[in-house]
Design a protein around this ligand. Sequence first.
Ligand code: 4AD
Ligand code: MG
Length: 477
Amino acid sequence: MKHTKVKDLLKSATTLQDVNAKGWVRTFRNNQFIALNDGSTIHNIQCVVDFENTPEETLKRITTGAAISVIGTLVESKGAGQKYEIQVAKLEILGDSDAEKFPMQPKKHSLEFLRENAHLRVRTNAFGAIMRVRSVLSYAVHNYFHEKGFVYVNTPIITGSDAEGAGEMFKVTALPFDNPPRTEEGEVNYKEDFFGKETNLTVSGQLEGETFAMALGQIYTFGPTFRAENSNTSRHLAEFWMIEPEVAFNDLDDNMDLAEDFIQYVIKYTLDKCQDDLKFLETRLLDEEKSKPQAERSEMSLLEKLNFVLDNNFKRVSYTEAIDILKNSTPNKKKKFQFIIEEWGADLQSEHERYLVEKHFKCPVILYDYPANIKAFYMRLNEDGKTVRAMDILFPGIGEIVGGSQREERYEVLVEKMKALGIDEEELWWYLDTRRFGSAVHSGFGLGFERLVLFVTGMTNIRDVIPFPRTPGNAEF
Ligand code: 4AD
Ligand code: MG
């Protein structure tokens, strides 16, 4: 007999004979009521067991976490909160779960505890909802770009270059760890390695993406990227997913338009498709807010926050304007932001970004035209000779969600810049070819997928929106 998803049973137009549901027991009350979840929806279906005619042995095995199959009748439920329930005629235990040992007890667990059980936390309501929302968001990403005629490009994960020039890379090697071949100077000799050179896990698919944009016009990547930065924050992962569109003939303004339209589309799509999960996450958040002092509570609920982003344009502000705002603001009543007063050209810290977004503009902000010296080598130099056509999108509660730019399309200027930064031209000969042959204005950006999932789910730690988070000291699973 084919089983039916709980989601479909709960949506059924009529009561039904002989339905089969399979899933995992969340709770079992009064030797009679099973709350069954199969992952297809946040909602459990109540299965009512005929305990008088069910062997004691079987009843004992209906424990939290057990996998079961029930066959019965879908009837209208008298209980509050659910339209239907299953009157069970036949129950089969598919996989036992030792109630004493099963870590996901039917009570509220701390997020820290759940992280240590990343393989089981997805069996909780919150993580089930988060992972379904994540899945729908990624579908929305592909949908958006395909509707617009972008080509999806799979850029390599193992690379021979450093796309961001920041040096925060994981090495890839097949050399013996204990006793690698060495040069006469005693250095590890990567010439004898698998690829005949030093290689790394990619930090970004941008450079390869640019070469494809200069042939296919509009492309995007969506894949895992890796950063060996030792930042133990709630916004950084060592392995995260990035979406990187790149478009030939787009300038920085077009790039901002694309980013804004894209973000609004995927949020709208997910709001439409994940109503139950988002409502659940909103309620969860409201409960959490109640335990905070009034002043720290969020002014908007999760759904209000998401709708706000859809209904309001992102505020576009140049770096120089932002610095002026920060210079004249007093975030802590008396104290001003210190460092900024000292020099134009400093990088913004997350407290500055958050001030701009959460206190000053109170909406998503696109900061552009940053000082050249704090941004990557490939960004288009402005006519002032000191700023580049960079843009960062800052989101409330998140900070930077997007980093992008118009690219330096002029061969000489790019080479000059690389020389100044000590970036090896020989290594990037293939990248420079895009500027040698048919170069043109082009732009793109990278959106950190987990930061988007954070925003949409209202979660606050990036470790809670990716199935198996990798952070410094953590690669258990
Ligand atoms: O600002 P980033 O470093 O930009 C790039 O990599 C460009 N090559 C993108 C492009 O223009 N094609 O990273 C882009 C975004 C950030 O804005 C942030 O959302 C996310 O990637 N990000 C991280 N997310 C989680 N953990 C980390 N360690 C992240 N580092 C960056
Ligand atoms: Mg950045």
